[in-house]
Design a protein around this ligand. Structure first.
Ligand SMILES: Nc1ncnc2c1ncn2[C@@H]1O[C@H](COP(=O)(O)OP(=O)(O)OP(=O)(O)O)[C@@H](O)[C@H]1O
Ligand SMILES: [Mg+2]
Length: 349
């Protein structure tokens, strides 16, 4: 039994003169063994036919030997161009062994995105979720350094899948452990897409509640292939308070909107520095940029992570601050973020 076979069956069902796959009525499909999970996504105008369509899909799948679980959702008449638009309207592949996928993105490099992704994954695990981390940054995978994966090897399971590395209570997979540091990475376009697919889908994730994905900076290939082709349940954008970062982040938010990935909010990193002697806060990178971004996008600021020397020293030594110094100001901010995201990701459905 394959997804292709199930898709072929769905293509034989027509509504309004078009088959339901080409008409864009298929929200998602996932086939495991003989079980076929199908979610239909119907425009409001087809609401009256939803039940009969569901029955027809079930019937055809049963005839072909599947055990179907068919559901449907009615799509709002006009998806708003604002953020938080809700369920994804395109067919996306589910990542095997993962319940929720959370993308960490930013339009700009060097704002601490990988640091946020790593610490968020660790913090979510410490909050009791089975958590994983996928480093989607093919060009500069830094998760290996931040997680201290130097010297780790990736094993292949008897089913020919990559076994994720387990460290600090989470499962991790990164191109960094497959590609040696001095190997130039020249993947482009189709190759890159293929590399993703292989690594993301072929990793034997062990029943994760949440998989945090560290996206590369920008709104290029990797964002698109991930958010377009795969299940992404939510994204957070990381920024620093400089006004100059606003435009880049705004572009990333718009990119997600276009792909109907719900953006859950903004993480302001390196927000301020607390003087250890006086306890006074210094806004080294200025103030106001993130508020402006929040106003422009309608997105909440989920947390402000201070500039904290524990972040950089623990990052450099390969132990995330949430593990090494859970009482430090930055770690507390990451735990707060994990709590908020845990609620949004698991109350939505
Ligand atoms: N809150 C913080 N306090 C102090 N240092 C920080 C903080 N956040 C990140 N850093 C440091 O800033 C540097 C860049 O962080 P990181 O690699 O996470 O950024 P990035 O956005 O993922 O970069 P890239 O665009 O290259 O992927 C690292 O050296 C990291 O230790
Ligand atoms: Mg990074």
């Amino acid at each position: 039994m394959s997804t292709r076979k199930a898709l072929d069956i769905l293509r034989t069902i027509t509504i309004g003169g078009k088959d339901i796959v080409s008409a864009g009525f298929l929200g998602s499909i996932s086939v495991e063994g003989d079980k076929a999970e199908v979610v239909l996504l119907l425009p409001e105008s087809f609401k009256g036919q939803a039940e009969s369509l569901k029955t027809a899909v079930e019937k055809r799948l049963i005839e072909a030997g599947f055990k179907p679980d068919v559901r449907y959702r009615i799509r709002e008449s006009k998806p708003s161009l604002r953020v938080n638009v809700g369920p994804v309207g395109q067919m996306k592949k589910k990542i095997p062994g993962v319940k929720r996928v959370l993308a960490v993105a930013s339009g700009k490099g060097g704002v601490g995105k990988s640091t946020v992704a790593v610490n968020l994954a660790v913090a979510l695990a410490k909050k009791g979720l089975k958590s994983g981390l996928f480093d989607a940054d093919v060009y500069g995978p830094s998760v290996s350094v931040l997680m201290g994966l130097d010297g780790e090897r990736v094993y292949v399971t008897p089913e020919k899948r990559f076994k994720p590395i387990e460290k600090y209570g989470i499962e991790v997979m990164t191109f960094g452990v497959l590609v040696k540091e001095d190997t130039p990475i020249l993947w482009r376009g189709a190759m890159l897409h293929k590399a993703y697919e292989e690594l993301l889908m072929q990793t034997a994730w062990g029943d994760l509640d949440v998989l945090v994905v560290d996206l590369p900076p920008g709104t290029g290939d990797s964002h698109l292939s991930l958010a377009q082709g795969y299940q992404v349940d939510g994204a957070v954008v990381v920024t620093t308070p400089q006004i100059v970062a606003v435009a880049d982040v705004l572009r990333a938010v718009k990119g997600f909107n276009k792909l109907e990935v719900p953006v859950l909010g903004i993480v302001e990193n390196m927000a301020y520095f607390v003087c250890p002697e006086s306890g006074k806060r210094y806004y080294i990178f200025g103030e106001g940029g993130t508020e402006r971004l929040s106003r422009l996008t309608g997105l909440p600021v989920l947390v402000r992570v201070p500039i904290d020397e524990y972040v950089s020293t623990s990052g450099d030594s390969g132990v995330p601050v949430t593990h090494a110094y859970p009482e430090s100001p930055s770690a507390k901010a990451f735990f707060e973020l994990a709590e908020t995201l845990k609620r949004s990701l698991f109350s939505a459905l």
